[in-house]
Structure formats: structure tokens, C-alpha cells
Design a protein around this ligand. Structure first.
Ligand code: PEP
Ligand code: MN
Length: 263
């Protein structure tokens, strides 16, 4: 179902009045985690004025250590909804547990499946059973074929609104957090009709590298970018090292817009 052979035309996913997979490149920006109401709304207003079209932010966080900040949960979802009300930006947030689906669909516009859950088949089947777009991140050790098969789990349950997302894979290289596989973009676009997103923030893990890789992702044909932005990255509760300041994000957006126009 994910394959180009099955469907020749590009899938376009509508969220409010926006179209993912159409002509325009969309940018989802925001903090790694929703930390508190004021910070989130402040970030949302700043990214909106810089040209972002979606707000990203985790309410349920998949942390390596159980002692790290786990997210605000439902309280975080409420702040995301409030930020949407204030800015008009549709919201994308990660679902980790099939039991959270009913509450999450009330608050978010796109359900994110994180890299660690790409092959959580029960979760994939659950999001496949609802009428809500899903952003499916590539597992950090997953092949392109495995990513497409994970998408197949969602599509085969009836949900046709799947966005594939390259977010970096594990290689021998330790200088960056992951290795952002940009060849995945044209490859996925040729193998599949689904929209393709790129998350350079998690792909590289270093603030200075985010903008160049965002620009390269758009040049490679990405339909959407996911960018972590924080008003005070030094104090961020997660992923501060890879978060752009709103000013840096604004600069990145100028470059992204120029390249988007050229491709
Ligand atoms: C995130 O988007 O904050 C996140 C946890 O991403 P990933 O699943 O790609 O690590
Ligand atoms: Mn993060």
C-alpha cells in the first residue's frame, strides 16, 4: 500500500487548511519537550512569526534514562492545544502508548511515532485504526524496507495518512549524534507515494549543523522539516544541544525558503 507501484500519484495529507506532500515545504518547529505553558506559548509565537507551519513538542517523552524528565503528559497536551489556539499552528506530538490514543486525538493534529517505536507493531496498528495523520520516524537501526513495512502496518489498518520521516541512523560515526541519511529522501520518494519529512535536529544532534542539513533536506526533495527550537537551549530539559534559538531558526527559515523556491 505504501508503494509507488500501488499508487502512482503523490499522497497529499490535509491538516486544517495545509497540505503536506503538495507543492509547499512545511516546517514543524518547537521544543523537544513541552516544559511549561509560558515557554511553550512563547516559542510557538516566535516560530510562527519566522514562518513555521506546525508546532512540535513532546508531552510523552521516550527518555533513555527513567530518571530523566518524562514529559508533562496530558498537561502538556493541553498547553499544546492552547498554543494552537493562540497561533493557529497545528500540533504534532509523540504517542508512546496505545492506551493514550483516545486522549491524544483530541489534542493533536498529527501523531508522531518515535524512532524507538517504529516497530512497536501494536502501536502502529492502533494509530492505523484512527482518522488522524501519523508521522512515522525511521528506527535508528532500521532499513528503508523496514520503514516502509512499518508504514504498511498503519496503512493496512485503514489509515492512509502516513508521513515518513528520516531522523538519522546509527553508524560507526560518533562525531554527530546520528548519521542523517539524506539519500533516504529521494529514495523514499521514488519507492513510495507518501510524503517525506526530515528531522535534522535528531539527525545531527548539534545546533550548528541543523541549518545546513535542513537546507540540504529541502534540496533533496523533503516535503516537511522537523526542527527543535527553544528560547533558552542551555536550560532545556531535553535536547538543548541540538535546539536552535528563535533567532537562529529565523535565519534557517530564510535559507530554507530560498532553496524551496529553487527546487
Ligand atoms: C523527538 O522528536 O523529540 C524524538 C524523541 O525523536 P526521535 O524519536 O526521532 O528520537
Ligand atoms: Mn528531541
Amino acid at each position: 500500500l505504501a508503494s509507488r507501484d500501488f499508487k502512482k500519484t503523490d499522497t497529499v495529507i490535509k491538516v486544517d487548511d495545509l497540505e503536506i506532500g503538495g507543492k509547499k515545504v512545511h516546517v514543524a518547529a518547537g521544543p523537544c519537550a513541552v516544559e511549561n505553558r509560558v515557554t511553550l506559548i512563547n516559542i510557538a509565537e516566535k516560530i510562527k512569526s519566522a514562518g513555521a507551519t506546525f508546532l512540535r513538542g513532546g508531552a510523552f517523552k521516550p527518555r533513555t534514562s527513567p530518571y530523566s524528565f518524562q514529559g508533562l503528559g496530558v498537561e502538556g497536551l493541553k498547553y499544546l492545544a492552547e498554543a494552537k489556539e493562540k497561533t493557529g499552528l497545528p500540533v504534532i506530538s509523540e504517542i508512546m502508548d496505545p492506551r493514550d490514543i483516545d486522549i491524544m486525538i483530541d489534542y493533536v493534529d498529527i501523531l508522531q511515532i518515535g524512532t524507538r517505536n517504529m516497530q512497536n507493531f501494536k502501536l502502529l496498528m492502533e494509530v492505523g485504526s484512527v482518522d488522524k495523520p501519523v508521522l512515522l520516524k525511521r528506527g535508528m537501526s532500521a532499513t528503508i524496507k523496514e520503514l516502509l513495512m512499518a508504514a504498511e502496518y498503519i496503512l493496512s489498518r485503514g489509515n492512509e495518512k502516513v508521513i515518513l520521516c528520516e531522523r538519522g541512523i546509527r553508524t560507526f560515526e560518533t562525531a554527530t549524534r546520528n548519521t542523517l541519511d539524506l539519500s533516504a529522501v529521494p529514495l523514499l520518494k521514488s519507492l513510495s507515494h507518501l510524503p517525506v519529512a526530515v528531522d535534522p535536529s535528531h539527525g545531527v544532534g548539534k545546533r550548528e549543523l541543523v541549518s545546513p542539513m535542513a537546507v540540504a533536506a529541502v534540496a533533496a526533495g523533503a516535503d516537511m522539516l522537523l526542527i527543535e527550537v527553544h528560547t533558552n537551549p542551555e536550560e532545556a530539559l531535553s535536547d538543548g544541544e541540538q535546539s536552535l534559538t528563535p533567532e537562529q531558526f529565523k535565519e534557517m527559515m530564510k535559507k530554507v525558503a530560498a532553496v524551496a523556491k529553487a527546487v
